[in-house]
Design a protein around this ligand. Structure first.
Ligand SMILES: [Zn+2]
Length: 170
């Protein structure tokens, strides 16, 4: 069966997700670095292999792609219009795993931050990153950072990453 998420669209989507300079996770890592926050990546020993681990703050960060992790009411989480059963099953599995991982980590005493991709593609990206920083240094058990309905810039100019650094005087 042919997937109507055609090649061009798919590769656009992939480059949005995996693009070297636009990779959402990389933006978060660069930001943390600029704030002098030390972290580790992809903790294999931890449930769900969180993207970023901050042991000192007993915190983990997941940078979730809105499409794969099905960010509710988000324009990036569109539903493909073919192979509906295939996608529905895949999405359901992803969501169930996320829930399971989340509750296991919390049970083990980790604080959990979820940053949705849309927040990092938003015009308010600096605000969202600053929210993330304030959560890290807090004792709040969990937080979700998202950008539903706010200024959305799908181009995410490469200079965004540098701008953040510059504004931090780094
Ligand atoms: Zn989203």
């Amino acid at each position: 069966m042919v997937d109507t998420l055609d090649k061009a669209a798919r590769s656009r989507n992939m480059s949005r997700i995996r693009g070297k300079n636009t990779k959402p996770e990389l933006i978060v890592r660069k930001f943390l670095h600029s704030r002098g926050v030390r972290f580790r990546l992809h903790g294999k020993a931890l449930c769900g292999k969180p993207d970023i681990i901050l042991r000192k703050y007993r915190a983990v960060i997941f940078v979730h792609g809105c499409f794969w992790h099905r960010h509710e009411n988000c324009r990036l989480a569109y539903t493909p219009n073919s192979r509906i059963d295939f996608w529905a099953k895949k999405f359901e599995m992803n969501q169930e795993r996320d829930k399971r991982v989340h509750s296991t980590l919390k049970k083990d005493g980790w604080r959990v931050l979820t940053i949705w991709e849309c927040a990092l593609r938003s015009k308010d990206i600096e605000l969202h990153l600053s929210e993330a920083y304030h959560w890290i240094i807090s004792t709040i058990p969990e937080k979700v950072i998202e950008d539903i309905g706010l200024g959305y810039d799908k181009r995410l100019p490469r200079s965004n990453v540098d701008d953040i650094h510059n504004s931090e005087g780094v």
